[in-house]
Design a protein around this ligand. Structure first.
Ligand code: NAG
Ligand code: NAG
Ligand code: NAG
Ligand code: NAG
Length: 609
């Protein structure tokens, strides 16, 4: 429903705006500007506060079409399908780049346009496959090139400011040669998903509770009773049945964590955490990598809780596997008086370009950031999602938190809650991006022992990405359980359903600023699941097999039998509704369930070549 509406809407806008905007060089081949992308209005919650300074510099990223993404996708699905003879035969960096490099005539046309505006090759920064080009450009010139006017916008809730526009144009001769240019219409804020956890009061809590239908596993008797109230590394090892597994070939394996928004981890806190929970690891560390000036300030009180959580749990579970932490700059608030910012406010692109340029990329990467899908313009979301497919084809498993707002965005501001920003202000569930990208594994949250679904666990159905074939059966089975007519028009049943899997998401005991602290959110679930996947890769690598790579096809086809199906708990409330329930089989709150390492090892490592 909504997809059709959006397409129609875009078409109307294009027709409405298809006039040529007169430009200084009216005779130039670039004078014929036509609208490329346009929003009906700025997303709710943003207020126009004025013009940016004339000398303000914008870092524009220009996405050129990729010559052969469809073929790359075919390869990706073959090498990720456990029943295909090519399973596990990942592509090299060069092979992937061959598929996504832009057609040469597109490259030539864009180069000529940039040259006409005074840019030389040295001014351009290109992605490895040349499918993205970035330029630093004064706002006045950007406005001329894109036939638009940039403004400063303020986010009412946080006070963050951004320099953005609601519409931009391109010469009509370039429309077929440029997919997307940002930052233009992107108002996303890219939030870390860790939260200090507060249960709602008992009454509203029980109103969202549905008893599990599956008898709990006898194995849980071995789980320490303290795990019901505090999650430690040992709890995760017991709950997820690692059976004392010790990495066999750490030198062949790798794991990584991404940090954004000036988030980096504190090494002293990591040491305290290891003393508390992983004494063998106490002298170990990880490789810190700064992307575009990402910080790593080790003075007390400057590390972030999110980064500490992710690093402590992912690396604590996988010690002594070599670990990498990327700190990527690029965060609102955008300081309006900064004329040469090092950030682009567009961090996924910066990070993914950086990582795609590396010959060797960690086999498992967990990211605990996300935002409502509708705040990321669709064309840009697609390109970012396609970049994740490139990493999958190279054998990398990408895990993302599913979000902490249930079926909504958890916004505390009632007037903005769950409203579409397509001009209708209709109430609608808000799926999370990148969790809704079909080429990543989205991780939802659970709580308690035995595990039940937790009410904040982000889940639902993408409005941008259709349901991939690998989850057809599972998601269809779930949809049959939703009472007919319920939530009609609130979600897109034909969309990519998420999360795919789940892990504990409350009361993780971390160390932060020198002291122990309790933290939760699907931010905790993603690194926990990533830790288990890293151990599975170790088991595969020790047998001379390839790493798992893009996980979903194998998880939906076989791996589900090694997951603990979560069949009840607190529904993922949001948007003034009770949200969805955890059910037998897949559901949009805990996916297919939480890991049972020893079972998964048999299915995905020992019995899968
Ligand atoms: C850590 O290093 C200290 C100092 O070198 C040493 O005494 C200790 O045994 C080491 N601990 C481990 C677990 O390697
Ligand atoms: C980094 O640490 C220094 C002290 O060494 C401090 O002065 C500075 O403000 C810190 N920077 C950030 C961005 O936290
Ligand atoms: C939607 O909300 C915006 C901002 O609150 C308002 O300007 C606009 O008129 C509303 N549109 C409709 C169709 O209600
Ligand atoms: C969730 O479960 C409750 C209690 O069994 C039921 O009333 C409700 O309709 C279910 N909701 C959905 C979306 O299936």
């Amino acid at each position: 429903m909504i997809a059709a509406y959006r397409k129609l809407f875009a078409l109307l806008l294009l027709v409405g705006h298809a006039w040529a905007i007169p430009s200084p060089g009216a005779s130039s081949p670039y004078a014929d500007l036509k609208v490329k992308e346009s929003l009906r209005q700025a997303p709710s919650g943003w207020t126009l506060v004025g013009e940016p300074p004339a000398d303000h510099i914008i870092s524009l990223r220009i996405g050129l079409p990729q010559s052969n993404f469809e073929t790359l996708k075919e390869h990706l699905f073959q090498i990720s399908d456990p029943d295909h003879e090519r399973y596990g035969q990942h592509l090299s960096k060069e092979e992937v780049e061959e598929f996504v490099k832009p057609p040469s005539h597109s490259l030539d046309k864009v180069n000529a346009w940039l040259k006409a505006h005074g840019f030389a090759e040295v001014d351009l920064e290109r992605s490895p496959a040349k499918d993205w080009v970035s330029i630093k450009v004064p706002v006045k010139l950007a406005e001329e090139m894109l036939g638009t006017t940039y403004n400063m916008w303020k986010h009412d809730e946080s006070g963050d400011t951004l320099v953005r526009t609601t519409s931009y144009s391109l010469p009509s001769s370039l429309h077929a040669h440029i997919d997307v240019i940002q930052p233009t219409t992107m108002f996303s804020r890219f939030n870390p998903l860790s939260t200090t956890f507060h249960w709602p009061d008992a009454a509203s809590r029980s109103a969202t509770y549905k008893a599990p239908t599956r008898a709990s596993d006898a194995r849980l008797a071995a789980v320490d009773p303290s795990c019901s109230s505090t999650i430690t590394i040992k709890c995760l090892q017991q709950l997820y049945n690692t059976g004392g597994y010790v990495p066999q070939v750490p030198e062949k394996n790798s794991v990584g964590i991404t940090g954004y928004l000036e988030q980096f981890a504190n090494l002293n806190d990591l040491k305290l955490f290891y003393q508390d929970q992983v004494p063998n690891a106490v002298n170990s560390s990880y490789e810190f990598v700064s992307v575009k000036g990402g910080l790593n300030n080790q003075t007390t009180n400057s590390a972030g809780a999110e980064a500490n959580l992710d690093v402590q749990f992912a690396f604590g579970l996988t010690f002594p596997t070599p670990a990498t932490f990327w700190s990527t700059a690029g965060r609102p608030p955008f300081l309006p008086d900064l004329t040469t910012p090092s950030n682009t406010n567009e961090p996924y692109g910066d990070w993914v370009d950086f990582v795609l340029a590396q010959e060797k990329v960690p086999y498992v990467i967990s990211t605990s950031y996300g935002e409502p899908e509708q705040t990321v313009p669709e064309a840009y979301a697609r390109r970012v999602c396609d970049s994740f497919a490139q990493l999958g084809a190279r054998g990398v498993s990408l895990l993302f938190s599913s979000g902490d707002g249930g079926v909504g965005d958890g916004s505390s501001s009632a007037s903005h809650r769950c409203k579409t920003n397509d001009g209708r202000n209709a109430t609608r569930f808000l799926p999370t991006f990148p969790a809704g990208c079909p080429y990543v594994t989205a991780v939802g949250g659970t709580t308690e022992v035995p595990e039940v679904s937790v009410d904040f666990s982000g889940g639902g159905f993408s409005d941008y990405f259709p349901r991939p074939a690998y989850q057809d059966d599972s998601v269809n089975a779930f949809l049959k359980t939703v009472p007919s007519g319920l939530y009609k028009d609130l979600y897109n049943p034909a969309g990519r359903g998420f999360p795919d899997v789940a892990a504990q998401g409350t009361s993780f005991r971390i160390f932060y600023r020198g002291r122990s602290a309790s933290i939760g959110g699907t931010s905790a679930s993603s690194p926990a699941f990533a830790g288990i996947v890293t151990l599975l890769n170790d088991a595969r690598l020790a047998q001379g097999k390839s790493p798992l790579g893009f996980l979903n096809p194998a998880i939906y086809a076989k791996g589900y039998a090694g997951l603990n199906d979560i069949t009840g708990g607190y529904s993922n409330v949001g948007c003034g509704t009770k949200g969805f329930n955890a059910t037998a089989g897949w559901d949009p709150i805990t996916g297919l369930g939480t890991p049972d390492f020893l079972k998964l090892k048999t299915i995905l490592a020992d019995n899968l070549d």
